[in-house]
Design a protein around this ligand. Structure first.
Ligand SMILES: *Cc1c(COP(=O)(O)O)cnc(C)c1O
Length: 739
């Protein structure tokens, strides 16, 4: 979520009154707002997407509830020591959280472990789960007000507390002190966020978190429904559950279990309900990225759920055989259960089979789902597959974080309505060449660049020139996002400048290259990329031949509030994922809205951005998704450019020091092992960079491109995404609050 204060008073429409009241108390609003710490309850794009969608759900008056975990430790804080990333705990609740409302009376028991027995109830055989451990889930509500509406929705986060009901026995039989200490352990379930972005470790605590989250939320949903309904016939009409990736997909087995074992519905009726209430959004592009849970782990922690998943799978495979015959390869691929040395449950297969709708997050991603990842399922159920290109909220990403741009847009459009109705932004196109707007537009960018430059100086002591192009790549550090390509490009630029004579140096377009992002603590290559960035920066920034022509800064601890400061101050932003690897990408949308030009591969949502603003207004480069497989196959026969070999050689030869440490990094991108195709895309990347330099010198052209970027950002509002979900996936209507 990041910070809340500014967002909340703006959405409530009371920002100015609030600032006035504060100043009467002797406080400055801006200064006060900066004191708030970030709520870092997610890893990166996926969680921030939910935050944007909550803002849109509230603003568009949809009746929605968001569920999650109230981690005591959010995503680690990144500190850099001698150029290396170190992780520090983010104990964000230390001084209390003023936005949350503890609901001491809204608690549910959550059970784990134990055994399943057969019992008879009214002559019918039924399953009874006798759990071995029980904890209590306590609700903490975080209100999300919409903009320009009285509607406020709720983000309900669960905290784990020891349960009083269950382990009384252990006090009577065992050691009193041990029993108390054991109870304390319950709280560990919601204590920490796993810091891995896009990878799964199959850890028991992680599985416990998932079920804890799912069980409490499902009990809450059933309680709400049963408050006003006696029978389950209406359940599918009243309830829609959206699975944001597979993390909450145990909800499928949990709803089934409640309907069967607690509400005593027949399998047939329960299954019918399941198929009508779940829909699934996947954010993955490769089979290796799909979540799997070892059967042993699941069977031990949740024995009844494993039975139910097996039953769902048995029925599915039987039906499938009737439809496709005994095609064992295909049956094996589609089964929820993966056989092998370690038997696994494939959570994505479970989700696809049990959901009425499967959503991709961009058009290209949807194409990849239908033709590759879920091809077998698409051939069976084409009607299930849709896509909703992701979006971000203009409230936080323009109104809150870039107030000067916000005022400028409203002035030229003659209305503030675009804050609720993003399509109006297109009106800026009429003024794309207007000299007066150009002047004001450049002023706004300047103000934001000054703010960013001051931050850089305060943080690192480095003074940067405001005339330089601010070139930004901020996002989680991943091999597929190719921060390494950026750094190699910077080394190349440095090398070129070094080898120029005085006259040629005068023609160089000065740059401030800014890189930021966290690496998962166990992701060694990503951590080496961070170190490489620092040693290269050290060399370049202290080279008197270079001066203001090139600077490189790493901004530590990239999070939502750092993003809010960095994005408005960027001239150029880089989105370099190897085509076909970024399902959507949302960072690019925030930059686009803020009039920052994009240098990007044709991947995820950037393909759709080209359609909105035109190829001429973006710097596209690199292999297309459909070419990537062929390029990889070429492997050893692929010619890499001399420029590429030269910069890698510089690292290997210790030009920046630490050559032993960087050896494995260099090995990863040379020869046959260059999986993410840095070498293959290098020349095209350099050409795009040269095109960006050329455009930047032509101020009028650059400003026009910048205006057209903002003007074309309408399609990338989460308002549009949510509208599409409401109409095509959930079938819900806005529910306006009466005044
Ligand atoms: C938007 C955002 C992201 C996602 O950025 P991508 O470029 O799509 O990877 C990650 N982290 C933070 C803090 C963000 O605000």
């Amino acid at each position: 979520m990041g910070r809340s204060l500014s967002n909340i008073v703006i959405n409530l429409g009371i920002r100015d009154q609030f600032a006035d009241a504060l100043s009467q108390l002797g406080f400055d609003f801006e200064v006060l707002a900066e004191q708030e710490g970030d709520a870092c309850l997610g890893n990166g794009g996926l969680a921030r997407l939910s935050a944007c969608q909550m803002d849109s759900l509230a603003t568009l008056d949809y009746p929605a509830v968001g569920y999650g975990l109230r981690y005591q430790y959010g995503l680690f804080r990144q500190v850099i020591v001698d150029g290396f990333q170190h992780e520090q705990p983010d104990y964000w609740l230390n001084f209390g959280n003023p936005w949350e409302i503890e609901r001491v009376h809204i608690t549910y028991p959550v059970k784990f472990y134990g055994t399943v027995t057969d019992e008879f109830l009214n002559g019918e055989k039924c399953k009874v789960w006798v759990p071995g451990e029980m904890v209590e889930a306590v609700a903490y509500d975080n209100p999300i007000p919409g903009y320009g509406t009285r509607n406020t929705i709720n983000l309900r986060l669960w905290a784990a507390k020891p349960s009083d009901q269950h382990d009384m026995e252990s006090f009577n039989t065992g050691d009193y002190v041990d029993a108390v200490v054991n109870r304390q352990r319950a709280e560990s379930i919601s204590s920490i966020l796993y810091p891995d972005d896009r990878s799964y470790q199959g850890k028991e605590l992680r599985l416990k978190q998932q079920y804890f989250f799912v069980s409490a939320s499902v009990q809450d949903i059933f309680r709400r429904f049963k408050d006003t309904h006696k029978k389950f016939d209406e359940f599918p009409e009243k309830v829609a559950l959206q699975l944001n990736d597979t993390h909450p997909s145990l909800a499928i087995a949990e709803v089934m279990r409640v309907l069967l074992d607690e509400e005593h519905l027949s399998w047939h009726r329960a299954w019918d309900i399941i198929c009508k209430i779940f829909s699934f959004t996947t954010h993955t592009v490769s089979p290796e990225g799909l979540e799997k849970i070892p059967v042993d782990l699941l069977g031990n922690l949740l024995p009844r759920h494993l039975q139910i998943i097996y039953d769902i799978n048995f029925n599915f495979v039987e039906e499938l055989k009737k439809m496709i015959g005994l095609d064992y390869d295909r049956l094996t691929r589609m089964s929820i259960v993966e056989e092998g040395a370690v038997k696994n449950i494939r959570m994505a297969n479970l989700s696809v089979i049990c959901s009425h709708t499967v959503n991709g997050v961009s058009r290209l991603h949807s194409e990849l789902l239908r033709t590759k990842l879920f091809k077998d399922f698409y051939d069976l159920w084409p009607h299930k597959f849709q896509y909703k290109t992701n979006g971000v909220t203009q409230r936080r990403w323009i109104v809150v974080s870039n107030p000067s741009l916000c005022a400028l847009i409203s002035k030229w459009l003659g209305t503030e309505s675009w804050i609720r109705d993003i399509d109006l932004l297109i009106g800026l196109r009429d003024y794309a060449t207007n000299a007066e707007l150009h002047q004001e537009w450049k002023m706004v960018k300047k103000v934001n660049k000054i703010r960013l430059a001051e931050y850089i100086e305060a943080m690192s002591g480095l003074k940067v020139s405001l005339d330089a192009m601010f070139d930004v790549q901020t996002k989680r550090i991943h091999e597929y996002k190719r921060q390494l390509l950026n750094i190699l490009g910077i080394i190349h630029r440095y090398d070129c400048i070094k080898n120029m004579d005085k006259n040629d140096r005068k023609k160089v377009v000065p740059r401030v290259c800014i890189i930021g992002g966290k690496a998962a603590p166990g992701y060694e290559i990503a951590k080496k990329i961070i170190k490489l960035c620092h040693v290269v920066a050290e060399k370049i920034n202290n080279d008197n031949d270079i001066g203001d022509l090139l600077k490189l800064v790493f901004i530590p601890d990239y999070n939502v509030s750092v993003a809010e400061m960095v994005i408005p101050g960027a001239d150029l932003s880089q989105h370099l994922s190897t085509a076909g690897h970024e399902a959507s990408g949302t960072g690019s949308m925030k930059f686009l809205m803020n009039g920052c030009l994009l240098l990007a591969t044709a991947d995820g949502s950037t393909i759709e951005m080209v359609e909105e603003i035109g190829q001429d207004n973006m710097f596209l480069f690199g292999a297309k998704a459909h070419e990537v497989v062929a390029l990889r196959k070429k492997g050893p026969t692929l010619k890499v450019p001399l420029q590429f070999s030269r910069v890698v050689r510089m690292i290997r030869d210790g030009h920046f020091g630490f050559e032993d440490y960087f050896k494995s990094l260099c090995d990863k991108i040379e020869g046959t092992s260059d999986y993410f195709l840095l070498g293959a895309d290098f020349m095209s990347y350099l050409e795009a960079q040269a095109a960006a330099d050329k455009a930047f010198v032509d101020e009028e052209r650059w400003t026009k491109m910048s205006i057209l970027s903002s003007a074309g950002a309408g399609r990338f509002s989460s308002d549009r995404t949510i509208q599409e979900y409401a109409e095509n996936t959930w079938d819900i209507q806005p529910c306006r609050c009466p005044f």
